[in-house]
Design a protein around this ligand. Structure first.
Ligand code: AHR
Ligand code: AHR
Length: 481
């Protein structure tokens, strides 16, 4: 059985079932998600390998080879058509054209399930999905349940990495107009024990970790690589549960009455569905989603415990984030441009600016050092890499406002994430492309000889689709110095 078969037998059926990694019903053979490729703008649907099975990641890899792909639709497997698509502007605008949010890269979150490759939805700040016309979702004070399998190492403190029930207008219409799972270390409203991240409930104008709108020490920090986050709510009762999605059982972190502050009892749920954003399209948060559902009715703990066992049996595990030219930690490398007319230029720095410069064996020692980078284990994720300046030890290539700059390692989580990059086989078919870990739609790209992290056809000038593949492909060799 799949998670939604278990919820159905508990008389709390799924009314929305979303996953890019696997079918959530034993009999489901339909599309899991849609991807769109950058080369020609065409789309394709990715389905399970077999009924109830893992996604056909090989079909995605084939469709997306030598180009970029975005996840455009996460289909609802419940049959209600509650698909998730690019979120529109609401109280806040997204970074994409017309105020829409960004779409996620199709390759930011590779995993295996029972040894079979699949991709989750790695959502950078600015990314969001929603359905403002969902059917069968709880409205008013009606009961519902939900779970989401997330990456417990990918989060931040911005508002709000959510999955669940929200406003149909993408605006803040008041307390109690949402009921969604929140995951991250935001402390603007509630918080739990330790320094986070926490599973909380976003009930609008507040992230709740228990009955108090502030700190509730019963809600622990939880950061397993794969987290199962559970929230449910009904008339004057709600609960937060959680656990390791790769082993063991669920714990209950809160179960009791609605918050003591006004506006949350009764609830005024509106029934839209959001992923990766707040109810008003606040879109500064980040996180990774693998699968999740929403139910009609308040699931029993026993039903949720069976779903947890099902998720554990799916055996989520990590998969490589890199491909192409292998890099050796501690070695010095230089990176040469491959765009016709620029092939004598290497990635270098002039002060804080990262640029390309013409470098050769007869260049000065100073320039050779400026064009040489020591490979380090990724500061935010050791499955990827960071690049330390040979002539300025302690300083790394990072992105800031999507430009690459040289910056001292200040020890912050943001710098570590901004300075972590995942090389892959070059988009031009050979060589290497250097993907940002934290913005996997974006790659090292030279534009007017200055380096950015660029997406293929995004809103910035440097995102131009013209010569994108060659501008993001580099020949990596031993460092000049
Ligand atoms: O409840 C926290 C956040 O507050 C909601 O997600 C958002 O709509 C509002 O800004
Ligand atoms: O480069 C994009 C973002 O811009 C970085 O993550 C952040 O440091 C800056 O605000």
């Amino acid at each position: 059985a799949g998670p939604c078969d278990i919820y159905a037998s508990g008389n709390t059926p799924c009314i929305a079932a979303h996953s890019t990694t696997r079918a959530l019903y034993n009999a489901y053979t339909g599309a899991l998600y849609q991807v769109k490729r950058g080369s020609d703008g065409t789309t394709t649907d990715i389905s399970p390998l077999s009924a109830g099975g893992v996604a056909n990641a090989a079909a995605q890899d084939k469709f997306c080879s030598n180009t970029t792909c975005l996840i455009t639709i996460i289909y609802d497997q419940s049959g209600r058509g509650n698909h998730l698509k690019q979120a529109p502007p609401g109280g806040f605008k997204g970074p994409e054209a017309n105020g829409y949010d960004n779409l996620a890269s199709a390759i930011g979150a590779p995993v295996t399930l029972n040894g079979k490759k699949a991709y989750g939805v790695f959502m950078s700040p600015g990314t969001g999905y929603s359905n403002n016309a969902a059917s069968g979702t709880a409205t008013g004070d009606e009961a519902e349940g939900m779970y989401a399998v997330l990456d417990g190492t990918h989060y931040n403190g911005a508002c709000c990495f959510d999955y669940g029930n929200a406003e149909i207008s993408s605006t803040d219409t008041g307390n109690g107009h949402m009921e969604a799972i929140y995951y991250g270390d935001n402390t603007a409203w509630g918080s739990g024990a330790g320094s986070g991240p926490w599973i909380m409930a976003d009930l609008e104008n507040g992230l709740f970790s228990g009955s108090s709108p502030a700190n509730n020490p019963g809600d622990p920090s939880i950061s397993h690589r794969f987290v199962n986050a559970v929230v449910k709510g009904g008339p004057n009762k709600w609960a937060i549960r959680g656990g390791n999605a790769a082993s063991g059982s669920l714990s209950t972190y809160y179960s009791g009455a609605r918050p003591s502050v006004s506006g949350y009892n009764p609830m005024s749920k509106e029934g839209a569905i959001i992923l990766g954003i707040g109810g008003d399209n606040s879109n500064g948060a980040q996180g990774t989603f693998y699968e999740g559902v929403m139910t009609s009715g308040y699931p029993t703990d026993a039903t949720e415990n069976s779903v947890q066992a099902n998720i554990v049996a799916a055996k989520y595990a990590t998969a490589p984030l890199t491909s192409g030219t292998a890099l050796t930690v501690g070695s010095s490398i230089s990176l040469r441009a491959t765009t016709s007319g620029y092939t004598t230029r290497y990635i270098a720095h002039t002060g804080a600016t990262i640029n390309t410069q013409v470098v050769s064996s007869s260049s000065t020692t100073a320039l050779k050092k400026q064009a040489s980078w020591t490979v380090r284990a990724g500061l935010a994720n050791r499955d990827c890499f960071s690049f330390e300046s040979v002539d300025t030890p302690g300083s790394f290539i990072r992105h800031a406002d999507f430009a690459l700059v040289l910056a001292a390692n200040d020890g912050t989580k943001l710098l570590h994430e901004d300075a972590t990059f995942c090389p892959q086989t070059g988009l031009n078919g050979e060589t290497s492309s250097i993907r940002s870990w934290s913005y996997p739609t974006r790659y090292f790209r030279h534009y007017e000889n200055v380096l950015y992290i660029a997406s293929n056809g995004g809103v910035h000038t440097f995102d131009s689709a013209t010569s994108f593949n060659s501008d993001v492909s580099w020949v990596i060799s031993n460092g000049f110095a």
